[in-house]
Write a protein that binds this ligand. Structure first.
Ligand code: COA
Length: 156
């Protein structure tokens, strides 16, 4: 498995990974509520991916297995925010998100970002805490009617 910059031709697979990951893995967040799930996945279509890839302020990456299958999608923006970090359900707990996060942190550091932030799902909370991210006290955000936890990490 390797992590590389995403390309426009990855858009369909990226969309499929994001929708499956949110739907199947983030159950503690959306609780199976159709409206939360619909809102969360609404901007994850292949067309959205192509639009996102064209934005100068954002960088998107995919984790790819040896046979070219895309099993993870991640990204960050110029403001130092991790915007995406999702694994395909079939590739869960095989180091994909860890490798993706390491790449995102490296690339942010290389871009001169010294303080990174993200809004963590409840699903990924332990993963980020164990990856050296810190939760602001009482800090939480709402995203698609889902409660997220704002986390930060110094990158220098
Ligand atoms: C939890 C999740 C992020 C872990 O990523 P992964 O690619 O499946 O797994 P990795 O092998 O890269 O990471 C494993 C680490 O996750 C953590 N972890 C293990 N089980 C976990 C669980 N049930 N819940 C949360 N974190 C867990 C541990 O730190 C583990 O490290 P260890 O194996 O050294 O103990 C992923 O499975 C997931 O559910 N993603 C859903 C999408 C999401 O919520 N993304 C975050 C958006 S902000």
């Amino acid at each position: 498995m390797r992590v590389r910059e995403a390309r426009p031709e990855d858009a369909e697979a990226m969309s499929a990974v994001l929708v499956a990951s949110i739907t199947e893995l983030c159950c503690d967040d959306h609780g199976g509520r159709p409206e939360a799930l619909a809102e969360w996945t609404a901007d994850k279509t292949p067309e959205d991916m192509r639009r996102w890839l064209a934005k100068a302020s954002d960088r998107l990456f995919v984790a790819e297995e040896g046979d070219g299958e895309i099993v993870g999608v991640g990204g960050f923006n110029a403001g130092g925010e991790v915007t995406l970090n999702y694994v395909a359900p079939s590739a869960r707990f095989r180091g994909v998100s860890r490798a993706m996060l390491a790449t995102l942190e490296d690339r942010m550091r290389a871009s001169g970002i010294t303080e990174a932030r993200l809004d963590s799902t409840t699903t990924a909370r332990r993963f980020y805490l164990e990856s050296g991210w810190r939760e602001g006290e009482g800090a939480s955000a709402r995203f698609c009617n889902v409660r997220c936890r704002t986390m930060t990490k110094r990158l220098d």
